[in-house]
Design a protein around this ligand. Structure first.
Ligand SMILES: [Fe+2]
Length: 386
């Protein structure tokens, strides 16, 4: 289909219909969050797709053929509807060839600018049901990477836990709900993404809370076991749960839920070996066993809210949460004895996350990276052992 720019820069087909240009991550994110019909066509290799993908996308293993200039690669692809098509590859270059070929078929197609690397910063939201009426809790899911963060709002104030996206994401969400961010908390010093908590706290003039420790080289309000952080008319209680890291901490919201950081996931437990030698990892594995036993002793109906998901998070508004009872039922084979737990954990450690030393160093220094953040954070989260 021939197309050309009009006075305002949009491309129009011969019938005058406005055609899609290449689109940004923010635009695709808005479309998916708003349930606008769109076909996302992933043209990467199967191996790359297996690493991470965009929820609801369809896949055609066409990367090499497109790269080699074959013009008929997408000729037989069946597109499920008349919806616009967004082609996706790793960095947004080969996907431009794909979009061009589809446009040649008369289809309305554009490429995702920056590809999956840029998509790393895409996010969506789900509300977590609470047992109380004086607070609301949003789970902010960085679907492009699997990191989960939280905003707790109550009586006009808000607290953000484990900020993993640009501060503006949280400030806009808070503003939309009539909250002012007054507290920012991390569950631990993260190793697989850059913590945005310090920057967010500075931007909002909020108090930055972290577990009491001597790792970070900037000012924060230290939290010890059983401390309480007030947020509006509600409060978070502090549970120190060492294991994943020495300072790892969970935040309990009254009778509703517990934010478990990387200590406990919905079907996995935290890894104890990052930034640790073999002896330290073994010791941390023992701490983790005891910390998990402590979490297991909480009221069984409380929802577990982890800091990571192992799969891309759908734009479905359904929170990733399970009751303590359900989570520990799924993990029951882990808890025959402390020794068995330790051996099992240490024998199943996944590969270490790429760049984790550099990320830890930045998080300990509270510094902004001089390189592209998405480059630094590339790769799936690997803080869980299942
Ligand atoms: Fe972690």
């Amino acid at each position: 289909m021939a197309d050309e720019g009009n006075a305002c820069g949009a491309r129009c087909g011969r019938d005058g219909r406005e055609l899609m240009t290449d689109i940004t991550v923010d635009t695709l994110r808005d479309w998916l969050a708003g349930h606008k019909p769109v076909t996302v066509l992933d043209v990467r290799t199967q191996e790359d797709r297996d690493q991470w993908s965009i929820p609801g996308s369809i896949h055609v293993n066409a990367y090499e053929s497109l790269r080699l200039g074959r013009s008929d690669v997408l000729a037989s692809i069946e597109i499920p509807s008349q919806a616009p098509i967004v082609t996706v590859c790793g960095r947004g270059q080969v996907s431009q060839i794909a979009a061009h070929q589809l446009r040649a078929r008369g289809l309305d197609a554009g490429s995702l600018i920056g590809g999956m690397q840029a998509w790393s910063l895409a996010w969506n939201v789900a509300e977590v049901p609470l047992a109380v009426s004086d607070a609301r809790l949003l789970q902010i899911r960085r679907t492009g990477k699997g990191c989960l963060s939280y905003i707790l709002g109550s009586a006009g104030s808000a607290a953000v836990v484990d900020a993993c996206l640009e501060p503006s994401v949280y400030t806009r969400l808070a503003e939309a709900h009539g909250w002012r961010i007054r507290r920012v908390l991390d569950t631990h010093v993260h190793a697989d993404h850059l913590s945005r908590s310090k920057a967010l706290a500075e931007q909002c003039c909020a108090i930055l809370f972290m577990p009491e420790q001597h790792r970070v080289h900037f000012d924060f309000s230290p939290l010890s076991d059983d401390a309480v952080v007030h947020v509006g008319s509600t409060a978070l209680s502090v549970l120190r749960t060492p294991g994943h890291t020495e300072e790892s901490t969970c935040y309990l919201l009254n009778d509703s839920c517990v934010m478990t950081g990387d200590t406990l996931f919905l079907g996995a437990v935290g890894r104890p070996d990052l930034h640790a030698n073999e002896k330290e990892a073994r010791e941390r594995a023992r701490w983790l066993f005891r910390s998990l036993r402590r979490l297991q002793s909480l009221p069984q109906h409380l929802l577990v809210l982890p800091a990571h998901a192992s799969l891309p998070v759908a734009f479905d508004g359904v929170p990733l949460a399970e009751s303590i009872e359900a989570v520990f039922e799924g993990l029951s084979s882990w808890f025959t004895s402390e020794d068995a737990f330790v051996e099992r954990l240490l024998s199943r450690l996944p590969p270490t996350p790429p760049n984790y030393r550099q990320i830890v160093e930045l998080n300990e220094n509270g510094a902004s990276p001089a390189v592209d953040v998405t480059e630094l954070e590339a790769g799936a989260n690997r803080c869980a052992v299942s």
